[in-house]
Design a protein around this ligand. Structure first.
Ligand SMILES: Cc1cc2nc3c(=O)[nH]c(=O)nc-3n(C[C@H](O)[C@H](O)[C@H](O)COP(=O)(O)OP(=O)(O)OC[C@H]3O[C@@H](n4cnc5c(N)ncnc54)[C@H](O)[C@@H]3O)c2cc1C
Length: 585
């Protein structure tokens, strides 16, 4: 079973569930038809070109010999065609060869690349993030030499923070940068777990490396960002000598076998030539440009893998016959989809996937609206900041859960590699870990995002969720069942938990942080439930043919998933002592 891009669903969510129709209409001459055309073509490429390579790369891995990585058969051609079609440039600035289309549209494309293959999708995401950072912070000279090639995909980029002693605590990094007489820098040190650190897809790889100057202050305030090309670039733009850096080894890992994860060594021969991006000691701020986009993109990986796992489980459940369903009217055994427990699993998979999709696209839409000046842009900036950790962590948790349910739907065959269901679960697992673990995202949400603007950012969002609840109640359609009540309770729980956290954050930070992960889940459930209801309401307004199915899914989410809100609320507001006070023997 391979993947078929759900272009119509994606387009609907982009325009309605995530409320982006006005943004898309405002875009530089881009209308709904253009959006559909881009999505259709991306869906075709993902379905026909990338998806068939997913299991090939899983089996092939990324063999490493004499410092070189060989990607799986077919990958080089797929990447070349992908870049030539301009897919790496969708949301990048026109000045450097990008298409300057909305991030929200690119988000939808990123979802499809990652449904097709997470191992493929993660590489270009890092390049896009690097290009954004270079466009925002690089010197004119660096931009002229490197940016067009990154935007066009001719060269790929990496993002290098992690060292053996510096994972979540980036401030502990030790890679050194020394000033050279010609204004460049010499980089020495080691980075681990570097995605696409070495590969054969492009003839140059541009490493974006965090390092510390000799006189830098300790911790996060002493980190600078450097552009360090694998192959040095001559003044005329042609490739020169190899820089003083190499991949030392490639990891063997649980999933995303097609994506090379490398240990990188800098400065065997005195130091790799690096160029400062932004100001000295302000590297983390530049890296955050890359990281925020990369966090959203990793959230989209969760959506992508969940979508693929759901499609596959649905098809299997229609074909596999076992037992006789209660109330079956035909003779013989029933397709397992007819058993209520299997149906519940499939509905859970679909509902969680679509809720996470809404959250991710809404985050991307807020990023689009945040560009520019004025109150609306500032409000959108706050919204994007608030939603980014939720988009990352909720969606990637969903990715793991949905992929696991996918294995369960397949029964024993799910545990056997040949069905592909197991690969989805293996692949999904990393997304909850990299780009800041989901635990770190929850801390970010609670300790940095809730206090934004004295709590006004989160309060404004809660008001918006309440307006959705009111709208569901106002249509008074019996098909919604208990949707209005259950969403209302979920939003109330989120409101109380938010108030509790804001009240405890300063005086009892341990207690507040102990509840960060259940709070993020509560946030995602309340937001996702309301967004699915928004989609259903839009379908009613538009007399969309799918309206009944959208109402049914919103109802399923509200009555079966959003109802977990009160338990999560208690975990946040009452569960802290049993965490902080517990002794782990
Ligand atoms: C396949 C793969 C690809 C990767 N690609 C890249 C890449 O391209 N570039 C790059 O720079 N890195 C990359 N990484 C590294 C990745 O980002 C880190 O592994 C991740 O940030 C976690 O760091 P760590 O592994 O050191 O875990 P640790 O930081 O040791 O964390 C271990 C556990 O402790 C928790 N924890 C740690 N600190 C805190 C805290 N302050 N509060 C609460 N909980 C905490 C974490 O949530 C986690 O559960 C990759 C990793 C893998 C496995």
């Amino acid at each position: 079973m391979t993947y078929r891009a759900p272009v119509a669903d994606i387009a609907f969510t982009l325009k309605h569930g995530a409320g982006l129709a006005p943004t898309l209409a405002q875009g530089d001459g881009i209308g709904a038809d253009d959006v559909d055309a881009v999505l259709t073509e991306a869906g075709r490429f993902a379905t026909e070109v990338i998806a068939p390579l997913n299991s090939v790369a899983d089996r092939h891995g990324t063999p490493f010999k004499d410092g070189a990585v060989t990607t799986a058969p077919g990958w080089k051609a797929a990447y070349r065609d992908w870049a030539a079609a301009g897919w790496g440039a969708v949301s990048l600035p026109a000045q450097w060869g990008g298409q300057a289309l909305p991030h929200a549209l690119n988000a939808a494309c990123i979802e499809m690349w990652n449904s097709a293959s997470m191992a493929f999708g993660i590489g270009p995401v890092l390049t896009t993030g690097a290009a954004e950072a270079l466009a925002a912070f690089g010197s004119d000279e660096l931009k002229h030499i490197y940016l067009r090639k990154l935007v066009s995909g001719e060269w790929m980029a990496t993002m290098e923070l992690t060292e053996p002693q510096a994972g979540s605590d980036v401030g502990a990094l030790r890679t050194k940068a020394e000033r050279a007489a010609d204004g460049s820098y010499r980089i020495t040190g080691q980075k681990i777990f570097i995605t696409y650190g070495e590969h054969d897809l492009t003839d140059n790889i541009i490493h974006f490396v965090l390092a510390r100057l000799p006189d830098a202050p300790a911790g996060n305030r002493g980190i600078s960002l450097f552009l360090v090309p694998k192959v040095l670039v001559k003044a005329d733009g042609s490739l020169g000598e190899r820089n003083d850096l190499r991949a030392h080894s490639v990891e063997h890992k649980l999933g995303i076998h097609g994506s090379p994860t490398c240990t990188m060594v800098y400065g065997d021969h005195g130091g790799a030539v690096g160029y400062l991006v932004g100001e000295e000691n302000r590297g983390l701020a530049c890296m955050f440009t890359m990281m925020n986009l990369a966090r959203l993109a990793v959230g989209l990986q969760g959506v992508g893998i969940a979508e693929r796992a759901t499609q596959q489980a649905l098809q299997y459940a229609r074909e596999r016959k076992q037992g006789r369903a209660v109330g079956a009217t035909v003779q013989g055994s029933s397709a397992i989809i007819e058993h209520p427990d299997v149906k519940r699993m499939l509905l859970t998979m679909r509902a969680l996937t679509r809720a996470a999709r809404c959250i991710c696209y809404a985050t991307a839409g807020a990023i689009d609206r945040s560009h520019g000046d004025g109150d609306a842009a500032a409000a959108a900036n706050g919204r994007a900041a608030l939603l980014t950790p939720v988009a990352k962590a909720y969606s990637t948790d969903i990715g793991v859960e949905v992929a696991s349910l996918g294995v369960q739907v397949h029964g024993g065959m799910g545990y056997i590699e040949e069905t592909g269901a197991a690969q989805h679960l293996r692949d999904a697992r990393i997304a909850a870990i990299y780009e800041g673990t989901n635990g770190i995202q929850a801390l970010d949400l609670v300790s940095r995002k809730l206090p934004l603007d004295g709590g006004a950012v989160v309060r404004g969002y809660l008001d918006e969720l309440r307006r959705t609840v009111d709208a569901v109640n106002a249509v008074n359609d019996p098909a919604f069942g208990w949707t209005g009540n259950r969403l209302s309770e979920a939003v109330d729980s989120l409101d109380r938990a938010t108030t509790w956290l804001l009240a405890h954050l300063d005086n009892e930070p341990q207690a507040a942080l102990a509840g960060a992960t259940p709070y993020l889940r509560l946030f995602g459930n309340a937001a996702g439930g309301c967004m699915l209801a928004d989609e259903a309401l839009a379908a009613i307004r538009l007399a969309d043919g799918d309206g009944a199915a959208r109402i049914a899914l919103a109802r399923f989410f509200a009555e079966n998933i959003a109802v977990q809100a009160s338990g999560l609320e208690h975990s946040v507001t009452e569960g802290a002592d049993s965490v902080t006070g517990a002794a782990l023997a």
